[in-house]
Design a binder for this molecule. Sequence first.
Ligand code: IVH
Length: 665
Amino acid sequence: MEPKSRIAELVAQLNEHCYRYYVLSQPSISDAEYDRLYRELERLEQAYPQYVPDDSPTKRVGAMPSTEFRTVRHRIPMLSLQNAMNEEELRDFNAQVERGLERKGEAIEYTVEHKFDGVAVSLAYEHGHLVLGVTRGDGYNGEDITQNIRTIRAIPLALRGQAPLLLEVRGEVMFRVSDFEKLNRERVAAGEEAFANPRNAASGSLRQLDPSITSKRPLTFFAYGIGAVEGLRLPDNHFDCMKLVSRFGFPISPSLTVCKGVEEVVQAYHRHESARSTLPFEVDGMVVKVNHLAMQEQLGFRQRSPRWAIAAKFEAIEATTTLLDIEVQVGRTGALTPVAHLSPVQIGGVTVSRATLHNEDEIRRKDIRIGDTVTVTRQGDVIPGVVAVMTHLRDGSEKIFHFPTHCPECGSAVVRNVDEAAYRCPNSRCPARIEQRILHFASRGGMDIEGLGDKLVALLLEHKVIQDIPALYHLEAEALEALPRMGKLSAHNLLESIDRSKQPSLDRFLYALGIRHVGERTALILARHCRTLEHFMRLSESELLGIAEIGPETAAAIMDFLANPAEVRMVQELVSAGIRVQPVHAPQTGGLTGKTFVLTGGLATMSRQEAERLIDERGGKTSSSVSKKTSYVVVGAEPGTKLAKAQELGITILSEEQFRELLGV
Ligand code: IVH
């Protein structure tokens, strides 16, 4: 094939894969295959630079750093929204709309979608090509951040399908919570300041003058509206406009629904508020919009906001309280983590009395002192964190915290590696470390020993019934029954669940061992490669580094483990105690290849991780949001809004029982 056509073909293929990966979350090729195509394109483009199109994936990054951002005037201003803080204010909004439209008591059609907590941008496409990305700025003038926008993989460089002369898509650039946390962990480890929240991180990342920095930040995008258009007839309502935007290749709010009348809106608002913590990204409310554009026009605007839309905010997830004390906890790998004890405070319906302070540098940087008044946030299931100190409220009685030089549990002198932010207790026999290791070993993702929680582990250690992990498998009923608060039945139940844990799959066993950097995913990769425990114990560093997805840091941690006589002895003791590790087979292809599952609600007979693993092993994929491409939605107890979405799209819904049948388990 001619180089020119091959380049065009590769660009089209790679952009399609990028769309499937970042917008649909349904990749159809492996990362390795993507890389192979990408490298082929890079080689060809180097040889034939005259044929490189503007929307080539290689051209997402590559622009030179600039010295400042140019100011651009918005063709149509980017206005803000009025807020409704509760249900009552939402009803007031509806009353105003009914009045404005002279349709008192009629069920007005609204759309409800997430209010994304990121940075608003407007993206202009001319003849289908991204030509301009601008921040909201003051609503009338924003900054030209096109080069940074181009690095965001969820934003198409070229529109899909037939393109109009001009289309402006508006939406929010943001981080998924998991990507944000990973970014912060990396920053703290590199000695940089952690971002206070995903919104600040998104804003900071977009304001980089060097696009190569932005490109390293895993930003994403959700569209919520259309600005200027030319050469395109828009549908007559917002819902269909957003479907159109989605067909052009953009992610839109997965919750976008039409509600008839304010009662349905109120219900949707409450439903979304309770599902808030299950979302992979942060939202601070729902945006309610009059669906029909003709009605929007009739209602018009106030000074800075439309009369046809409102932001129905959720309760704040930030609160102010007093920091009573700082305690240093020792983790299973010996890392010392400072934890703030707070005067209990309600945040988003949950009482918070502790918050992580990450490490010593974090305490210094934020100048956190004992006795300070601090603001604390909580995001979903994430451990609460201290955002800032209100220094103006100090009265001089606050105490500066000095990080301990010795482990608070065993007294060993603590160490700090040059490239690490954390201090560690180096003593592998430290009681705190042993306690954490046992808890990790017994946890759900590990050996899943039901009933062996923190209180019981502490009790067993305190009474010297066990000293280490293998001792769990030599426990006897009499010794257990003699413990305080332990009856015959609880002792019996514990022994039963320990017994049930004796045949773990290799991946669970490897995870349970608590090797640094080996989480559930890495454990599965290792297990698939090694198949048997014997093979794992014989791994060499070069073999490890040959496994795709295992980086040098993880490889080094595994080698440390395998070279440590105490660790090897522990594995041997577990095997002698009757643990029979089950070999793991390579993914069973065939079964569910090409099928995408969405799980919603709690399953009674397995954890979510387990369900995902079973799907994965059969060649299927799990996605977090329902779309037309979803094959099955598995519905557990108290399903979220995904069920409604699936019904709306006519996707096959499976009960837990039907799901197990399909998996053959
Ligand atoms: S519509 C004319 N929809 O909230 C009104 N805005 O306070 C246009 N936002 O600047 C806004 N999610 O950045 C709309 N689903 C959503 C949104 C959303 C977040 C932001 C937007 C705007 C701010 C308004």
